[in-house]
Design a protein around this ligand. Structure first.
Ligand code: FAD
Length: 401
């Protein structure tokens, strides 16, 4: 078995692992990213696509926002539709913010391309199988790749390894909170110019539908389906028909095109706490999952990685461990805020199959609230757009070499 030493070992080349690696490398801190999948697989995996303003600011801070700035679609609002009545939530008017539509896989391509160009260590096809001694000052991990088995010792290990990673199970006395929704999203990617300038979240008595896009020629649409749904029951023409019915509104028509991908995303929430044990840290989906209705999973992963990056840079470069010591508590507080928002958006927009009439009336009251009350619409807009990148984050650029 080969052995080597680095300052930070990062498990996973998703958004969390890659942005953390960038922050550390820019600050001159040695790190290696180990990713079990191939580069082609990671760069082709279609997932999220809505970037909050802080996420755009972060990608800009680490120098990988050129393509995002030219190809990303800036949206200053969203449409909420309740039984064919469409309401515009204007971020520009309510909170002076915006989100940018840019696929998660495009973010990953930009980060991986830049990392490879700089020759910062990133190993694909490297599956981490063991994490040990996390309570000591030199934790260890072992991974296997095409060349055999390897052992890495590091000052810190960052498990950015997603929902099914190994990091979470390496934290003793972890408490996990789970909530499963009784529905999933049937999602399609289609070669079709979007028929809308901004995302449409539509509630109807047939169930929820979301009209989103990835570019001026590619649409990404979703249908709420029972969590037990079998994809083979849906032909492409049925999917388009159901989308048209749920998104119907006066003078509006869904543009159809060739469906290039179909998938099911279960709707669930997970919070695992704490996000640190000794010198092992969790970031992103390895510690929490949110239903995609609030478009927060990717953004939350980037925020964790930024927070961890700032803490590690202060610890290694400034010999100041206080920031890192507060990492888990800061993240968990933020995660519950985001869980609250994601649950609110999910409950607001989805057909609750088992609700009684009392619960349906409460949902209608919430739907009326965001449609007619500026205060309620502002609260939604503020949480959807998120805050801009703060000074604490920006200040780390002083450590960049
Ligand atoms: C199908 C799907 C659709 C989604 N759609 C949306 C959406 O519309 N909107 C939204 O906001 N969010 C969405 N999300 C959530 C969002 O994509 C995630 O929150 C985001 O990817 C989290 O980033 P991450 O870096 O924490 O984890 P991941 O992106 O999951 O990255 C973890 C990486 O670790 C690697 N890994 C795991 N175990 C090991 C190991 N032992 N050794 C080495 N590498 C390992 C994995 O291969 C993976 O590349 C979706 C997620 C899924 C699964």
């Amino acid at each position: 078995m080969s052995q080597y030493d680095t300052q930070v070992a990062i498990i996973g080349a998703g958004p969390a692992g890659l942005i953390l690696g960038h922050l550390l490398s820019l600050a001159g801190i040695d790190n290696v990213i180990l990713e079990s999948r191939t580069r082609d697989y990671v760069e082709a995996r279609v997932r999220a696509g809505v970037l909050e303003q802080a996420s755009v600011g972060l990608l800009d801070l680490v120098g990988v926002a050129d393509r995002l700035k030219t190809e990303g679609l800036v949206h200053e609002g969203i449409y909420l539709q309740f039984n064919q009545q469409r309401h515009h939530i204007s971020f520009g008017e309510l909170v002076e913010g915006a989100v940018t539509i840019y696929g998660q896989q495009e973010v990953l391509k930009d980060l991986i391309g830049d990392r490879v160009r700089h020759e910062w260590p990133l190993i694909f096809g490297a599956e981490v199988q063991v994490i040990e001694d996390v309570g000591s000052a030199k934790p260890t991990l072992r991974y296997r790749d095409k060349d055999g088995d390897h052992e890495v010792t590091a000052s810190f290990i960052a498990a950015c390894d997603g929902t099914h990673g190994i990091g979470r199970s390496s934290i003793p006395s972890m408490r996990t909170y789970n909530h499963d929704y009784p529905y999933s999203w049937l999602g399609i990617l289609a070669d079709a110019a979007p028929a809308t300038d901004e995302l449409i979240y539509a509630y109807s008595d047939r169930g929820f539908a979301l009209y989103s896009m990835r570019s001026p020629s590619i649409s990404r649409l979703y249908l709420q389906v029972p969590s037990t749904e079998d994809l083979t029951h849906w032909s492409h023409s049925q999917i388009w028909e159901e989308l048209s019915l749920r998104l119907a509104s006066t003078g509006f028509e869904v543009t159809t095109g060739e469906i290039t991908e179909v998938g099911l995303t279960p709707m669930r929430s997970v919070v695992s706490t704490p996000m640190r044990h000794g010198h092992l840290f969790l970031a992103g989906d390895s510690a929490h999952v949110v239903p995609p209705t609030g478009a927060k999973g990717l953004n939350l992963a980037l925020q964790d990685a930024l927070d961890l990056g700032v803490g590690i840079i202060h610890a290694i470069k400034g010999r100041d461990y206080e920031d890192l010591d507060g990492y888990s508590d800061r993240c968990i507080a933020r995660v519950w805020q985001i869980q609250r928002f994601s649950n609110f958006m999910t409950s607001l927009m989805h057909l609750n199959y088992s609700a009684d009439e009392y619960q349906r009336q409460l949902q209608r009251a919430d739907q009326r609230g965001v449609s007619i009350s500026r205060a309620e619409a502002t609260s939604l807009a503020e949480r959807y757009v998120g805050r801009p990148l703060d000074d604490r984050a920006r200040s780390i650029s002083k450590w960049f070499v």
